[in-house]
Write a protein that binds this ligand. Structure first.
Ligand SMILES: [Zn+2]
Length: 309
């Protein structure tokens, strides 16, 4: 019963053992206990070399997210320990609930997810078996994570696209990332030049001047931002897209040449086989082959590649 009940209640802590589940008048009462052999004392930090002993139990009452229409309350008996090194005492730790808190982490997460919907805090509190004050505290605590910082932009700004969810305006959304530290910055549900210009104008020119490199795909929209928004920026096309474009062109040419030969000829078979062969080449091999082509001596793409590699 223990494992299946834990799955239903979304409890992943392997040190929690379900003892009994009772359906009361107002809520489902779950009785459980938490115990393990601690690796070290959480008071003094000394490693447990048979110096920490079990010293009874302490019960905490935790509210879990609702199951169906039923509120769920867990009565968790936590193991209490005594350390012989420092004579200190401490409780077993669990990933279900924060210390000195009666509302589970799962409820915090579910509440945060519900705040994305256009419903009142009172409604969320009823659904989560908590109070509106708790919902308000969760909102205040995490709101800074969702606010865009308009006082800073990274030196290397990466712009890319992802498929939008149904609630977005456009079919594709625009993602902004910090290339240097590989950190997510912001997501916009539109990607037109006018919308991007409006968005970036919320930053002061001084802040926009902090951007030295604009890393993009081969979309023609983003480099146009350098004219008005980022006057000091150097536009760099991500090498993934360059490799992709070269592979695509090589493949197209190979197929064109291949079709000139009879399907039974050696040339046809050789060109067919080489397609599978060079698709597995490392990126640097493809770049070297491409830049070595004599007919491309004056190509701007070749010059760009020569600078990068
Ligand atoms: Zn200790």
């Amino acid at each position: 019963m223990s494992d299946s009940t834990k799955v239903l209640l979304n409890i992943e802590d392997k040190n929690v053992f379900i003892d009994e589940v009772v359906r009361g008048d107002q809520a489902i009462q779950v009785k459980a206990h938490l115990t393990y052999v601690p690796k070290a004392c959480s008071e003094c930090g000394v490693l447990n070399q048979h110096t920490i002993i079990k010293y009874g139990w302490r019960t905490v009452h935790t509210r879990l997210p609702k199951t169906g229409e039923w509120a769920v309350v867990m009565h968790l008996r936590k193991q209490y320990y005594e350390c012989h090194a420092c004579r200190g005492h401490f409780l077993a730790h669990t990933s279900i609930v924060k210390r000195n808190c009666s509302i589970s982490y799962n409820t915090h997460q579910a509440c945060l997810s519900k705040l994305n919907e256009s419903v009142s805090m009172k409604h969320i509190a009823q659904e989560m078996n908590t109070s509106p004050n708790f919902v308000s505290r969760v909102l205040n605590r995490f709101s800074s994570d969702f606010k865009t910082d308009y006082h800073h932009l990274p030196a290397a700004l990466h712009i890319d696209e992802i498929k939008s969810t149904k609630d977005a305006q456009g079919s594709m959304s625009c993602v902004l990332m910090d290339s240097g530290y590989q950190l997510f910055r912001d997501i916009l549900d539109v990607r037109s030049l006018s919308a991007l210009t409006r968005y970036f104008k919320r930053y002061d020119l001084e802040v926009r001047n902090q951007v030295r490199f604009l890393v993009t795909d081969m979309n023609y929209t983003y480099p146009q931002l350098s004219e008005e928004i980022f006057p000091n920026v150097i536009v760099i096309i991500d090498r993934f897209y360059i490799i992709n474009a070269i592979q695509c062109e090589l493949n197209k040419t190979r197929i064109e040449v291949m079709k000139k030969f009879a399907t039974s000829s050696r040339e046809y078979k050789a060109l067919k086989n080489i397609g599978n062969y060079y698709s597995n080449w490392p990126q640097t091999w493809i770049i070297r082959t491409f830049t070595a082509l004599p007919s491309l001596n004056t190509s701007p793409l070749k010059l760009t590649l020569s600078i990068i590699y």
